[in-house]
Ligand binder design. Structure first.
Ligand SMILES: Cc1cc2nc3c(=O)[nH]c(=O)nc-3n(C[C@H](O)[C@H](O)[C@H](O)COP(=O)(O)OP(=O)(O)OC[C@H]3O[C@@H](n4cnc5c(N)ncnc54)[C@H](O)[C@@H]3O)c2cc1C
Ligand code: SF4
Ligand code: SF4
Ligand code: SF4
Length: 370
């Protein structure tokens, strides 16, 4: 039997509408230096760029999260059985935390915990740097390499005085193609921050031992219910439906719903909550076929859901993740809210509810897909 390759990915994944556009195949193609495949359009699945040079090695097919070839290997490594018994994935403990550094807390998406941990790792030389996502405009970010506190602050959740040039952009997405960035940087020890779809393909690469995945020191995963994609007409509709001007959005938090914090218009900061089901038409279509909410293959997962304002929910998973988290606590760069076992149980139940809802969404979508 011949090895399945990118041609098969097109038929079995792209044409079925289930490509998550994670960028794993592009980044880890055996001939990535020749640009065999790539994103011609950043908002559509990758395509052949130089098909004649394809080695037909099958790496892209093996590592695609949507072919599920390596699921059982990964599940063994990350001690995951199924969502029925483990809606949140295998985990060690759950916390609700906040940065003690006032800059990371002030600019952080939630408690500024992710960037505090990255900064700690850079200062202690546990990593050379991190691939993060830098704010370009409201809703719009791009992959960048951070190796200092200043770089990290530019990648924090708050939109830092960036005026959105909405007329100049064709589409705006909350999703950032961070994985294709992996090949661009010379590094030995790297931290990656990413969504569940991105870490699924990174873990497949590590399982196969494909370069440069061996340089990834730690995977800090974000919860992800969905990402958004706005074309011009959708921006106009969004502004009309919710009475929010895109250029007024200062910050977005995602908890039980999507929380928009708007610039102070002289009458104080305005906060608008929009339920996920009111934002369906703005969801990135690729997210329909995704069932992992809490980033089950990360070393540590982070989200807003379950924690109070200005706190980040933290789920430690692997031995590496546990060790790092305890170093960070000992160093005093983050502090944890006092949670007894009943509060932790309530958090897990809430997060499990969102996990189940995402699994159900995928099941419905797959039933109706070609
Ligand atoms: C696209 C997206 C969807 C999310 N969906 C949910 C959700 O449904 N429910 C929930 O509870 N939490 C969700 N989160 C996580 C939540 O918004 C916070 O990122 C998390 O709680 C960490 O907050 P913090 O203040 O500790 O992080 P910070 O200290 O502010 O650090 C955040 C880090 O994330 C990086 N980052 C930001 N955007 C991206 C991106 N698009 N891709 C990769 N890295 C990025 C930044 O570069 C920064 O390094 C989502 C995050 C993102 C980026
Ligand atoms: S899901 Fe990711 S790895 Fe699979 S085809 Fe799409 S971009 Fe490539
Ligand atoms: S060279 Fe290998 S990894 Fe790259 S597109 Fe061809 S089959 Fe896929
Ligand atoms: S929901 Fe999140 S993890 Fe899933 S495909 Fe969309 S961006 Fe990726």
């Amino acid at each position: 039997m011949s090895t399945k390759n990118f041609e098969d990915l097109i038929k079995e994944v792209h044409e079925k509408g289930i490509c998550q556009e994670c960028g794993g195949c592009v980044s880890f193609c055996s001939s990535a230096q020749y640009d065999i495949i790539g994103f011609k359009d950043p908002y559509s699945p990758p395509e052949y760029l130089h098909k004649d040079q394809c080695l037909e090695c099958g790496i892209c097919y093996m590592i695609c999260p949507q072919t599920h070839i390596l699921d059982s290997e990964l599940n063994k490594t990350y001690k995951f059985t199924n969502y029925g018994s483990m809606p949140v994935g295998n985990f060690d403990n759950i916390y609700s935390c906040q940065a003690t550094d006032k800059d990371f807390l002030e600019h952080g998406t939630d408690g500024g915990v992710v960037n505090s941990i990255l900064n700690f790792m850079i200062e202690k030389k546990l990593i050379d740097g991190a691939i993060v996502s830098k704010t370009q405009a409201a809703f719009s970010r791009e992959a960048s390499y951070a190796k200092s506190k200043a770089d990290l602050l530019q990648s924090s959740g708050t939109i830092l005085d960036v005026s959105p040039q909405l007329d100049a952009v064709h589409k705006i997405s909350t999703y950032t193609h961070t994985i294709p960035g992996l090949n661009r940087y010379k590094f030995k020890k790297l931290a990656v921050i990413g969504t569940p779809c991105q870490f699924n393909s990174i873990r497949c690469m590590q399982d196969l031992g494909v370069t440069p995945s061996e340089n990834i020191e730690i995977c800090l995963g974000l919860f992800c219910y969905e990402n958004f994609l706005f074309g011009k007409s959708q921006i106009e509709r969004f502004e009309k439906d919710f009475n929010i001007k895109f250029s007024d959005i200062k910050k977005i938090n995602i908890k039980e719903d999507v929380i928009f914090k708007l610039k102070d218009d002289g009458n104080g900061e305005k906060i608008i909550h929009i339920p996920f089901n009111h934002l369906k038409e703005y969801m990135r279509p690729a997210c329909n076929a995704c069932d992992d909410f809490t980033n089950i293959y990360a070393d540590i997962s982070f989200g807003g859901l379950g924690s109070a304002d200005k706190y980040t929910t933290v789920i430690t998973r692997t031995e590496k993740g546990k060790k790092l988290f305890s170093q960070v606590l000992d160093a005093g760069i983050i502090k944890c809210a006092d949670l007894d076992s009943s509060k932790k149980k309530t958090m897990i139940e809430l997060i499990s509810r969102f996990s189940h809802s995402k699994i159900k969404r995928k099941e419905e979508f797959m039933k109706n897909s070609k």
